[in-house]
Every structure is written in structure tokens, then in C-alpha cells.
Design a protein around this ligand. Structure first.
Ligand code: CTP
Length: 400
């Protein structure tokens, strides 16, 4: 739904700039508020008067307003928007966006924008096909920007020619569908545990594991994108979070993670236990660095850590949901079923270490979801953020 959404429309210097008028009209018709930012080149193709009349907002082009010299804040604009759409986007502007060359108001706004960005390239086929352009487009994609190319819409690409801008109605349809997909977790509070835990042996040593935390962080992001308020309880990882919907609690040991989880779960709609929690910790944690024994072996006595998932399973109230993970090497489904029951989970995400492209320290994962009713759904190898999307979709369906 585009109704009430605040859209920055960036227009650059292409012959397709006239189509921006149709884009504004379609956005406004769907109830969106549109703020146009145009490059100096864009103004050669369409007048700001047309654009301000259609959008009912003054068009921004310069860093300073011509009339009174007041400063246009690209930062405020970037924060105001629910989405930014750059259509048409020339090869030059795409190159500047990909490389951070902020020499006009549109590019500075793009760089400040916290909202999702949609880019509709417009140029001739040779420019589009040039490796330079293709690399820049790939770079923008890797930043998480959505590239709208012809061929995905109603007109087949062989008719319109690659590089030519997608039709205005199709572009607006892409944004509309994007916002439709949003908000499946609006108002929901989700606790997520992520990463490894470190169990201290002495001031310089610990027992840990190879978990990178990537899957848990991807889940936090995916939940936040769907409108959830996320509490991300993170073990020691070198990852950062930027989404304003994510509150992060950093912990080190299983005991600290346990304390944070039992404190936050009662006020939540769901918890996703994605952390690779160390099952045991040294019974004694030395305050001094343990010295090498002159002769013979050294023995360390380990005691069990609390099972966070099982503890939350016991606390779970009607309407709350609990999701766990199982990383298995043998008898995967049988083990996962046993864990699902023992921990009172609603579903469990099963990783098999036997699968290529699955598990620790990589950007892809291959999972199956086993539900409490015995239903098993298998997914192909996917990037972790897409796997997170599948898990979030399943969770959202159970929280309706
Ligand atoms: N888990 C947890 N707290 C623990 C151990 C596990 O919250 N102390 C959670 C994990 O985050 C995961 C699920 O329980 O969602 C299963 O973890 P796993 O290590 O596979 O289960 P264990 O019960 O430890 O079983 P085992 O090590 O015997 O395979």
C-alpha cells in the first residue's frame, strides 16, 4: 500500500525524464506524498514547474534555495522518506551513487537516505551493457538497492530494449507491492538470540564456537523490516546493526544471554533462538592467567549451562511463539523433532552440516522448517537474508 507513504523521487538527465510526470501522477493517485529532487541535467529535460504542480510540493534541486538562500537538508529528507525512487537513473548518476560522488543534491540525498532505494536505469543499450555500468549496477544491488529493469514488467525486454526505463505504471507497481509485503510483524515484539557464547576459562582464554551470528542478525533485520520491534541478544560477534527497529543487548556468556532472554521474553510475542550457545562452561573461572603445568596433563571440569530455549519453552504463554534452530550431522529430522518437543517450540529450523553452502561462517544457508504439527518444508540453498525472509514469513503466519 502506497497510501500515506512518503516518497522521494529523484530525477536525472535522461530523455525518459518526461515519464517522471506519469510516475508522480500514479504515486499521488495511490495516496503517496511525493518530494521531487532533480539534478541540474534533469531540469534540461523537464521543468520543475510541471513537477511541483503534479506533486504539490516545491522541487528541490540545489543545496540552497534560490530565493532566500536557505539550506536544503539532504539528511532530513533522507530521514523523512519511506522510500526513495530514482527514475530515470542515468549511467552517470548510477556511477556516482555506486561510488559516493556526492556532487549534487540528489546524490547527497541518496547517500543520507535510510529508507529503501529503488532505481530505474534509463540509457541506450550500449551504455547499459558496458561493463562499467553493469559493475556499478551490481554494486548498487549489493548495497541492498532495488534495481527496476525492463523485462520484469508487462513489456518484454526484447520489445523495449534493455536499458530503456521501465514503464511508469510498472515502476509504481513495484513500490506498491514492496509496501504490501511490509508490516507482517507490525506491532510485534521479537526477541532474537544470535552468535556464539564465550565461556571464560581465565582472563585470556575461553571456550567458544565458530558461529558468526550472521543468521541471527539477518533475522533481526528481516523482522525489523516487517515492522517488528526487535531485541537482539548478541554474543561476541563482529557485526553491526543499523535498523532503528533493532535494540541490541551485547552479552558474552550463556548465563548472560539466558538472563537477558528470560528478562525480555515475557513482554514479547515471539523469540527466535538462533545463538550457538555453549552447552558447558568451566566450573571454575580463574582470576589469574593459568600457567603451563611443568609436567603432565591438565584437567578442566565443565558444568552445564542453562538451556535458554527450554527455559523460554517453559515460560511460554498462549499466543507466544518460540522458534529454535538445530544444526545436525546425523538423523537430522529425528533429532530436530526431539528438540522441538523437549524445548516446546512452535517450529525448528533444521540445518544439516552435510549440505554444501549451509551452516557456520558462510553467507548462504540451506534449511528445512519442521513444525510442531510434523509438517516439514525444505528450502533450496539461499543467501542468509533470504533464508531469514522464509523464517520470518512462517513466524508471521503463526502470529496473525
Ligand atoms: N539453545 C539454547 N540454549 C542452550 C542450548 C541451545 O537456547 N543452552 C537453543 C539453540 O539456540 C537452538 C536450539 O536450542 O535454537 C537447539 O540447539 P542445539 O545446540 O542444537 O541443542 P542442544 O539442546 O544443545 O542439543 P545437542 O547439543 O545435544 O545437539
Amino acid at each position: 500500500m502506497l497510501k500515506g507513504k512518503k516518497i522521494i523521487l529523484g530525477i536525472t538527465g535522461s530523455i525518459a525524464a518526461y515519464k517522471a510526470a506519469y510516475i508522480i501522477r500514479a504515486l499521488v493517485k495511490k495516496g503517496a506524498e511525493v518530494q521531487v529532487v532533480i539534478t541540474p541535467g534533469g531540469k534540461e529535460f523537464i521543468t520543475p514547474i510541471t513537477l511541483s504542480a503534479l506533486s504539490s510540493n516545491p522541487v528541490i534541486s540545489e543545496f540552497f534555495s534560490n530565493r532566500d538562500g536557505s539550506w536544503h537538508s539532504h539528511v532530513d529528507l533522507g530521514l523523512w522518506a519511506d522510500a526513495m525512487l530514482i527514475a530515470p537513473a542515468t549511467a552517470s548518476s548510477i556511477g556516482k551513487m555506486a561510488n559516493g560522488i556526492a556532487d549534487n543534491m540528489l546524490i547527497t540525498t541518496y547517500l543520507s537516505c535510510k529508507a529503501p532505494v529503488f532505481i530505474a536505469p534509463a540509457m541506450d543499450l550500449d551504455m547499459f551493457a558496458h561493463p562499467s555500468t553493469q559493475q556499478n549496477i551490481e554494486k548498487l544491488r549489493s548495497f541492498g538497492n532495488h534495481i527496476i529493469e525492463p523485462g520484469e514488467g508487462e513489456l518484454a525486454s526484447h520489445l523495449v530494449g534493455k536499458g530503456r526505463m521501465e514503464e511508469p505504471d510498472v515502476i509504481v507497481g513495484v513500490l506498491d507491492r514492496y509496501f504490501d509485503g511490509l508490516g507482517s510483524l507490525t506491532q510485534k515484539k521479537i526477541v532474537i538470540t544470535a552468535g556464539p557464547t564465550y565461556e571464560k576459562i581465565d582472563p585470556v582464554r575461553f571456550i567458544g564456537n565458530y558461529s558468526s551470528g550472521k543468521m541471527g542478525f539477518a533475522l533481526a533485520e528481516a523482522c525489523a523490516v516487517q515492522g517488528a520491534q526487535v531485541t537482539l541478544i548478541a554474543g561476541p560477534v563482529s557485526l553491526s546493526t543499523t535498523h532503528p527497529g533493532i535494540r541490541r543487548i551485547d552479552v558474552e556468556s550463556a548465563e548472560e544471554m539466558y538472563q537477558a532472554a528470560v528478562r525480555t521474553f515475557p513482554d514479547s510475542d515471539a523469540a527466535i533462538l538462533c545463538a550457538a550457545v555453549a552447552d558447558y562452561r568451566p566450573e571454575v573461572q580463574s582470576d589469574e592467567k593459568i600457567k603451563r603445568e611443568k609436567t603432565g596433563d591438565i584437567t578442566m571440569h565443565l558444568v552445564p549451562n542453562p538451556d535458554i530455549a527450554a527455559a523460554l519453552g517453559k515460560m511460554k504463554q498462549a499466543g507466544q511463539r518460540l522458534v529454535g534452530f538445530a544444526l545436525e550431522t546425523t538423523n537430522e529430522v529425528a533429532h530436530a523433532t526431539e528438540k522441538l518437543e523437549r524445548k516446546n517450540l512452535d517450529f525448528i529450523v533444521l540445518n544439516s552440516l552435510k549440505d554444501k553452502g549451509a551452516g557456520f561462517r558462510c553467507d548462504t544457508n540451506k534449511v528445512s522448517i519442521l513444525e510442531a504439527n510434523g509438517k516439514l518444508t525444505e528450502y533450496p540453498v539461499k543467501p542468509k537474508n533470504e533464508v531469514a525472509g522464509d523464517i520470518v514469513e512462517k513466524l508471521a503466519s503463526l502470529l496473525k
